[in-house]
Write a protein that binds this ligand. Structure first.
Ligand SMILES: *Cc1c(COP(=O)(O)O)cnc(C)c1O
Length: 361
């Protein structure tokens, strides 16, 4: 249907699977014979409830979410969850531990400070956030209500390859690596993700919550951010982001057809190893993250000069490989290779990097 697509390496919002976009386009004006768009439908209607229930069931199935955990769809993106996590979970002891391994975990810790005592369990800033701490390097408080970590550092291109352990519930920001590999959900009290990296259009966060943690919110918690209310009202206390939920359902179906999380992991390893193998053998480009900390989703790299980086980004775009600029706080390059990035797109990128290297060494 659409043959004019290019390879978009944006960190988010980012590529969605083409079959998902095509199906949404087909159903845009009339879904399931209702004569209306999902966007125009009452969220209280039977037709919408069926779409909502199917998305939620697929989410549980694809991510193997245990019955102990509830699935919530909330507004305000991942940043909304920085506040929600603290307001809902910090009240038990008034303190929480935050592992700071990049920009977003730093912002999460900063937001949490408004609601209680934040203890920094680690801070990789002195190493330019190129590393991930080992379990024994974490400084954990005996009285923390939870430990928060960011599973994949979108800007710096690092990723935890284990779930940290603590004597309290573990909370993860999985905005940029959810759905890309199997995850031990039960090892977490709460997982949240802004959906615009790997799942759906921007504007929503998916939350996986151990139900036993609901009901500890501070009195000042806004009702739209309250987990207990969201659980009781099945994410429909107010109008939910109806179209996002529908799009998430289409993406989950696509993931299932590709072999689920095991299939996604295989593709992810294939894509990222193509890029890292190239970088490890390159004389012009070098990877930014330490080897043991490399992300399978956001590959950060640079040349020896910002001018050459700019030239690379410009010429790549002329070759149909767009949004390769690093985040403005770090510069260099970043290839975000989420689930929807075809292996062919990464192959094209690696071929282009090879040609650029020969011309610019
Ligand atoms: C993008 C991102 C965020 C911010 O998401 P918003 O939905 O814009 O609030 C937070 N954490 C991580 C890891 C991200 O990649």
């Amino acid at each position: 249907m659409f043959t004019d697509r290019i390879y978009n390496f944006s960190a988010g919002p980012s590529m969605l699977p083409l079959p998902v976009l095509e199906r949404a386009a087909r159903e845009m004006t009339n879904i399931n014979g209702t004569g209306m768009s999902v966007m125009e439908m009452s969220h209280r209607s039977g037709a919408y409830q069926a779409i909502f229930d199917e998305t939620k069931a697929l989410f549980r199935q694809v991510l193997s979410v245990p019955e102990s955990h509830e699935i919530l769809f909330m507004q305000g993106g991942a940043t909304g969850q920085f506040a929600a996590v603290a307001m809902n979970l910090m009240g038990r002891t008034g303190r929480a531990d935050y592992a700071v391994t990049g920009n977003f975990s730093g912002l999460a810790a900063k937001e949490a400070r408004k609601y209680g005592d934040v203890h920094i369990a680690c801070d990789t800033a002195p190493r330019n956030h190129t590393v991930i701490p080992r379990q024994e390097e974490l400084s954990l408080s005996p009285d923390a209500s939870y430990l928060h970590y960011c599973a994949n550092n979108t800007i710096y291109g690092t990723e935890w390859d284990y779930v940290p352990r603590a004597g309290c519930p573990v909370v993860a920001d999985m905005s940029s690596n959810i759905l890309s590999k199997p995850v031990d959900i039960a090892a977490h009290g709460l997982i949240y993700a802004g959906v615009q990296k790997n799942m759906a259009p921007a504007g929503m966060a998916a939350v996986i919550l151990d139900r036993s943690l609901a009901g500890q919110e501070l009195a000042c918690t806004p009702t739209v951010l309250c987990y207990k209310t969201a659980v009781e009202k099945d994410s429909m206390y107010n109008t939910p982001p109806t179209f996002n939920i529908y799009m998430l359902g289409l993406t989950l179906k696509w993931v299932q057809e590709q072999g689920g999380l095991a299939g996604m992991k295989e593709l992810r390893d294939l894509r990222s190893s193509m890029l890292y193998d190239f970088l490890d053998n390159s004389r012009l480009f070098s990877g930014c993250a330490e080897r043991g900390a490399r992300s399978g989703m956001n590959v950060t790299f640079r040349t020896a000069s910002p001018d050459l980086d700019a030239k690379f980004i410009r010429e790549a775009a002329e070759n149909g490989l767009v949004s390769l600029g690093g985040h403005r706080i770090v510069g260099g390059m970043r290839a975000s290779i989420y689930n929807a990035m075809p292996v062919e797109g990464v192959k094209k990128l690696v071929d282009f990097m090879g040609r650029f290297e020969l011309q610019n060494l």
